[in-house]
Design a protein around this ligand. Structure first.
Ligand SMILES: [Zn+2]
Length: 100
């Protein structure tokens, strides 16, 4: 699948949810449908011609009333998962045990 732009990000202002949403959308696409002689279908080169988001509901609140669309850059700064770098913590004292 191809996307020209980064996906929209959402935030529920009622519960603070940033990651779980029920999104209802209408998408108009054009794609290359490649069939085998046996009828097996492989869909390639999907191009999104238009996309209309009808509703975005918070998975926990069950309503779209408090969901707002936010700038992805804004989430990078506040999302606890986005800043985690587990590799750096594990790397720091490797070799201290093996040195002797
Ligand atoms: Zn919520």
């Amino acid at each position: 699948m191809q996307t020209d732009r980064p996906p929209a990000r959402y935030r529920c202002t009622a519960c603070g949810n940033l990651t779980r949403f029920e999104v209802t959308m209408t998408r108009r696409t054009r794609a290359f449908h490649h069939f085998t002689i046996g009828g097996e279908l492989s869909i390639e080169d999907t191009e999104v011609l238009s996309e209309d988001v009808e509703s975005v509901e918070c998975r926990w609140c069950g309503t779209s009333a408090s969901v707002v669309q936010v700038d992805p850059d804004e989430i990078e700064a506040t999302d606890p998962d986005a800043g985690a770098r587990p590799d750096d913590a594990a790397r720091s004292d490797a070799g201290s045990a093996a040195g002797a």
